[in-house]
Design a protein around this ligand. Sequence first.
Ligand code: SF4
Length: 230
Amino acid sequence: MTNTEKDIRKLNLLFESTNPEAILRWAIGEYGKDAAMSTGFGVSGIVLMHHISLIDTGTTIFYLDTGLLFDETYELIEQLENQLGIRLVRVSTNITLDDQSQIYGEKLWESNPDKCCHIRKVLPMQHYLKDKKAWITAIRRDQSESRRNAPLFQWDEINRVLKINPLAAWTEDQVWSYVKHHRLPYNELHDRGYPSIGCFPCTQPVDQEGSLRAGRWAGKQKTECGLHRG
Ligand code: SF4
């Protein structure tokens, strides 16, 4: 076991009986400007943004603007900035949608969604995290099979950062109770049958109970955009 692995194991033990606020306070105190939270504006992300706004509104929070987000998501960004007093950093590729069509053909999200996510999400995020030391995410174990074993802290070898998942142990009910209790804004598409919201070409409403990420890349094997590998 390497020193990094030992340190991360210690962190997981130290914080396993605490709460997201304690984890965020530690992360922000330890890393300051070297820490950044990513958000896709799901309900968990809103819980974390609210916590962060109460700790230090100067903490970096960024989102990946693929150019294919729903109008409702852009409206939510404005609401969150106004209500929480935070600033959300927009991160995007410099390959326009027109460039993408010219190079790879129309609707790459249909012909090769992995490639499309790689260009519009994975590469811009890797570039953005290059000078960071800690990456805070809102992933939870109950969101999908691939996230079932998500720890509170892990080493992300691809981005070479400490990945921190303060809500790993929280449930869907907990995040919704928190958002309602604090009267936080959320994407109105959730009330129209969308459990998980990404880019509009790859997100559909669902009419039955299932995975919390049902409706994303419906009809395809794909369940993740590639940001949370490893
Ligand atoms: S979610 Fe769909 S549209 Fe968005 S980057 Fe991935 S494949 Fe492209």
